[in-house]
Design a protein around this ligand. Structure first.
Ligand SMILES: *[C@@H]1O[C@H](CO)[C@@H](O)[C@H](O)[C@H]1NC(C)=O
Ligand SMILES: *[C@@H]1O[C@H](CO)[C@@H](O)[C@H](O)[C@H]1NC(C)=O
Ligand SMILES: *[C@@H]1O[C@H](CO)[C@@H](O)[C@H](O)[C@H]1NC(C)=O
Length: 421
């Protein structure tokens, strides 16, 4: 390979004025040969980089096969930001004095779950003085205003700065109480994370609110990123029990962890699963080794509450196509069925082809009838439909990326209106 870049160099030399013959392979110290040396070094470095990437890739795929490391990657709960957080003093992270109660909830399987309950601002401000016993105000605050049960994304804790900003917005702009928990294995909570475990933690938080006087219709379940998986699982548990929360809000959601893996770009560049998908059987193997599934699509049929899905178009962590897929899953039961002729190495007959086109057309028309699309200038758009006495709404925003979507005021106002806060 190294011979190739040399040939232009030799031909260049012929054109140069009389020079000593390039006899013993010594390159004359012209600027051109210096460029050549640089080029060769760069090429070597490039090969090193490729080799390092390949090794890293193989390592990551290998680690993903072990449930422990898979969990570490899915939950990132070892990242405990802010470092050495003092959860008993929420004021350190920007919250008003004695507006927040630090709690430990006990799960049925004996885990201790760290949580914050924040009084809504309307109630907090109505008090003549700063409360000295926040716990005594929980019941009255829950009676006065609805509560958001908030499930955060992976990594970090409930005291992380962006999350605190979300509670501040919810307690002021929506005038809602907030209950935010740290799942098992996160922050000051005990145990190790698992899909079933996180669902139990979510149910424990829900039960705590009900025990403290909240009616289901007073509770809005809200999840961000990984928390949307938790919210969907909780919603799928409540639905069959005929318990109707005020609604479920899924911010920057994913359809399932499997789909995230498929669309995830390593270092923002390399499609993680693309190289693997070229090996026969490899994708089935991935499905098989994946233990933390959070398949929110499978939860859809069990969810009977109103649902609002929101995604930023500039989300580089989880593409907004995940939200399209989710919205479509909620819509699917109301569309005419699409019956595809059996797969196989056979040619579609004209009849089959016509039938399929007809079905597609019928679905498109029904979708057009059901779904209302409203662009909002400079902000984004809303798609929505109503069926079985509940609303399903998809909000797309131009701004917000993955982490800051919940802080978009326009989105908060849509949530406030849709769920009558
Ligand atoms: C529950 O956990 C506590 C410590 O957190 C422990 O002392 C107790 O024995 C556990 N109980 C059960 C039934 O596991
Ligand atoms: C907050 O509550 C504690 C008791 O839990 C009390 O000692 C403290 O004075 C209160 N803070 C303010 C600013 O009133
Ligand atoms: C849906 O509800 C049924 C009970 O009616 C339950 O067995 C099933 O596990 C639920 N599905 C999900 C995905 O939660």
């Amino acid at each position: 390979m190294s011979a190739q870049p040399e040939s232009p160099e030799r031909s260049e030399n012929r054109e140069s004025p009389p020079s000593p013959a390039p006899s013993n392979g010594e390159v004359t110290p012209t600027s051109r040969s210096r460029a050549l040396v640089l080029l060769e070094t760069a090429f070597l470095r490039f090969r090193y980089c490729v080799a390092i990437f390949a090794v890293l890739y193989a390592l990551i795929i290998l680690l993903l096969c072990f449930p422990f490391f898979q969990g570490q990657i899915v939950y990132l709960n070892s990242i405990r930001l802010p470092l050495f957080a003092d959860f008993s003093t929420p004021e350190k992270y920007g919250l008003s004095p004695n507006k927040t109660l630090n709690l430990n909830l006990q799960t049925p399987d004996n885990q201790s779950i760290g949580a914050w309950f924040l009084l809504n601002d309307q109630y907090y401000r109505s008090l003549p003085t700063i409360p000295t016993d926040v716990a005594a105000h929980i019941g009255p605050a829950i009676q006065a205003r609805p509560t958001v049960l908030f499930f955060h994304g992976n990594a970090a804790t409930r005291a992380f700065n962006v999350r605190v900003a979300i509670y501040e917005a919810l307690t002021s702009r929506l005038n809602a109480n907030v209950l935010a928990i740290d799942y098992r294995g996160f922050a000051d909570s005990t145990g190790h994370p698992s899909e079933a475990g996180l669902t139990t933690d979510a149910r424990t938080a829900w039960n705590w609110l009900v025990e403290n006087g909240a009616k289901p219709e007073d509770i809005l379940i809200m999840g961000h990123s990984l928390g949307t998986g938790v919210s969907s699982q909780l919603g799928a548990q409540l639905g069959p029990e005929n318990i109707q929360p005020r609604g479920i809000v899924l911010l920057s959601p994913f359809s399932s962890i499997r789909e995230v893996l498929d669309s995830y770009n390593l270092f923002g560049l390399i499609p993680l699963m693309k190289p693997l998908s070229m090996l026969p059987g490899a994708t089935q193997l991935v499905s098989w080794v994946l233990v933390h599934k959070f398949d929110s699509l499978k939860a859809v049929p069990n969810i009977t509450a109103s649902v609002l899905i929101a995604h930023a178009e500039n989300d580089w962590d989880i593409p907004s196509s995940h939200s399209d897929v989710l919205f479509q899953a909620y819509l699917e039961p109301y569309l005419p069925e699409l019956v595809l002729p059996g797969l196989g190495p056979k040619v579609f007959s004209t009849d089959e082809w016509q039938k399929m086109l007809g079905q597609q057309q019928a679905r498109k028309e029904k979708r057009g009838e059901l779904v209302k699309h409203t662009p909002i200038s400079k902000f984004g758009s809303i798609d929505e439909f109503e069926a079985d006495r509940r609303q399903v709404v998809l909000v797309k925003t131009h701004a917000g990326s993955h982490d800051y979507l919940p802080l978009q005021e326009g989105l908060q106002d849509i949530i406030r209106k849709r769920f009558s806060f």
